[in-house]
Design a binder for this molecule. Structure first.
Ligand code: GDP
Ligand code: MG
Length: 606
């Protein structure tokens, strides 16, 4: 395949606007997969259960297809990108292997918050953007109105916009034509020194690490020796090929092609995303590469039954092989035993990982409240703290702590104008600043959409912000955010005490203005789930030496076996036996016995 017969593109869109459905139609039209029965939506590229459950793409998938147009055969490489804020790292790295992107917008929903962010990322990367209006078969579709939005937000000429229904297949051939006509072919020299860009990797038990690469220059064949620019390690190519849509071995990969390679790479940490691969002995200029993904949300993950820790750790290891953006560290807690502290790109990312642990590895786990990375500035150094345990008990200049800073994000919300006031209130309740808005279309009969922007602490959006946003806008608001640095803030460490003993796993970092509300809420929650003991147990929330909230758990009077006196001996023994079993799962905080399940209840209830 000469370079000018290749097109590399991705589909970018807000969640649910139809990326996977369109990908399926393109694969069908080009004969890459069999036609599905009418109306069925196979979504070949979405593989994980959690993706089907939540309707999101977690892992970017790549597929190559052949397309005949006017006597000429083209190789089209599609990179399906995930569709959520937390995954923008995956989106941007897969975009680096493309020259163009289909910007898909749902004709009934209009432009949404993530349409904005994916558009900007694509434009920054210099991709040719093909605007596509999807779901025109829906009675609620408003193509003209949505095109006006696209014009006002993106400056897109309405006459460039394609109209399609990924569901019925209408307009799909025009999409294929536009890919060929509007997206530039990759540039590259087959005679040049071999150079490839590594943009994704996965792990195969038999073949080791499988990397997805985009060939920039030169030709790659089986048996050749390559080296990583980043690690300087050398490998021999044992297999290579294209994704069609499953792996299909080929004899070579040409410039402009996207494909997979297997070499004798044993550890997934060797496959450095953004790395440049070259031939052993040849000197090449490396590609710009990427910023590594930064974990922004941290939480401890513990097994409900402490005996399961080795199994849990193994499951976490296996899962991180398929998702390299998760960071893992061991940690232990007096209350929860041995566990791991994991770092995620965002809170949805965390949810997805947790669900995969439960679905695919059958893990029963307790997840602590999420924490963002804070900067604690001491007189002589700055420390990043992502675990409440490491946060200073009191922020006091005499304690050498100069100040504490928290990560800030720039948030965008798109919402029908009647919800604008409600959304502003919500943002202010979450310490928003620089709140601003504009209307996205001049409103006629129907209500207009507004774009609200503000800055907010990241900490404010990791807990249930999405849920509140959705419920207070009747599901109409869409939300996106990007990192916007750090800012000095008045933060405190809140601890919880049972019978005057702190429970380490429950510590939180909160803004001072919210300490009362949060303290009271958690103390109430604890009061509800902690089983009564043989003595009275005070439950307290405290900041430094100040008690913020308190509840008292009254004493349980009767002996557990009291009711059994005079009963059958066997029944009594059985009861004691059960108790022994229960005891193994008990955690002792001071004199208070807590079943591990209580933590599960405390930490999983909203
Ligand atoms: P993704 O999140 O962008 O990958 O979106 P999906 O491809 O999963 O589609 C989201 C939902 O919209 C699914 O229920 C699809 O069946 C539906 N859908 C996608 N394209 C169309 C279309 O053209 N018309 C209609 N009516 N529904 C569509
Ligand atoms: Mg999808």
């Amino acid at each position: 395949f000469p370079c000018d017969s290749i097109r590399n593109f991705s589909i970018i869109a807000h969640i649910d606007h139809g990326k996977s459905t369109l990908a399926d139609r393109l694969l069908e039209m080009t004969g890459t997969i069999k036609m599905s029965s009418k109306g069925a939506n196979k979504q070949v590229l979405d593989k994980l259960k959690v993706e089907r459950d939540r309707g999101i793409t977690v892992k970017a998938q790549t597929a190559s297809m052949f397309y005949q147009q006017k006597e000429r055969q083209y190789l089209l490489n599609l990179i399906d990108t995930p569709g959520h804020v937390d995954f923008s790292w995956e989106v941007s790295r897969s975009m680096a292997a493309c020259q163009g992107a289909l910007l898909l917008v749902d004709a009934s929903q209009g432009v949404q918050a993530q349409s904005l962010s994916v558009f900007h990322t694509a434009r920054e990367r210099g991709l040719k953007i093909i605007p596509v209006l999807n779901k025109i078969d829906l009675p609620a579709a408003q193509p003209d109105r949505v095109k006006a939005q696209m014009h006002s937000i993106f400056g897109i000429d309405p006459s460039d916009v394609l109209h399609i229904s990924a569901k019925t297949g209408e307009g799909i051939s025009a999409v294929l034509r536009a890919i060929i006509e509007r997206i530039p072919p990759p540039s590259g020299e087959s005679t040049g020194k071999f150079k490839a860009f590594l943009f994704d990797s996965s792990y195969d038990r038999y073949r080791g690490v499988i990397s997805l690469v985009s060939i920039q220059d030169g030709v790659l064949r089986k048996g050749e020796r390559i080296a990583s620019f980043h690690t300087r390690k050398k490998y021999e190519i044992t297999e290579l090929g294209i994704m069609h849509p499953e792996e299909v071995p080929t004899t070579q990969l040409l410039p402009g092609q996207v494909g997979y390679i297997a070499c004798n790479m044993k550890q997934s940490s060797e496959a450095h995303i953004g790395d440049t691969l070259h031939r052993v002995g040849e000197m090449v200029e490396p590609m710009p590469g990427f910023q590594p993904a930064k974990a922004m949300v941290f939480a401890g993950i513990y097994p409900v039954d402490s005996n399961d820790f080795p199994k849990l750790e193994e499951s976490i290891k296996r899962l991180t092989l398929t998702d390299r953006s998760v960071t893992v560290q061991r940690e232990s807690s007096a209350a929860l035993g041995q566990g791991c502290r994991l770092g995620f790109l965002g809170s949805l990312h965390m949810d997805v990982f947790r669900q995969r642990l439960e679905d695919e590895h059958d893990a029963k786990i307790v997840v602590t409240a999420p924490t963002v990375p804070y900067k604690v500035v001491y007189k002589d150094r700055t420390v990043i703290v992502s675990n409440p345990t490491d946060f200073p008990d009191i922020i006091d200049t005499s304690m050498h702590v100069r100040e504490v800073q928290e990560p800030i994000v720039k948030a965008s919300i798109i919402v029908p104008e009647e919800f604008l006031g409600e959304m502003m209130d919500l943002c202010f309740e979450h310490r928003a600043e620089d709140v601003d808005h504009r209307y996205l279309e001049s409103s006629g009969e129907t209500s207009s959409r507004a774009l609200l922007t503000c800055t907010m602490p990241l900490n404010e959006i990791v807990m249930n912000f999405f849920d509140k946003l959705k419920s207070r806008s009747s599901g109409f608001a869409s939300f996106d955010y990007e990192a916007a640095g750090y800012k000095r803030s008045n933060l405190v460490k809140m601890i919880f005490l049972l019978n005057n003993k702190p429970v380490d796993a429950l510590a939180l970092i909160v803004h001072q203005s919210a300490e009362q509300t949060i303290g009271k809420m958690w103390v109430k929650k604890l009061h509800k789930v902690i089983p009564r003991q043989l003595f009275e147990v005070p439950i307290q929330a405290a900041v430094g030496k100040r008690v913020i909230a308190r509840e008292t758990l009254s004493a349980l009077r009767a002996d557990v076996t009291a009711g059994l006196y005079g009963g059958h001996y066997e029944r009594k023994m059985k009861h004691l036996e059960n108790q022994k079993e229960a005891k193994r799962r008990m955690k002792r905080i001071g004199r208070v016995d807590l079943p591990q399940e209580a933590f599960f209840d405390i930490l999983s209830s909203k």
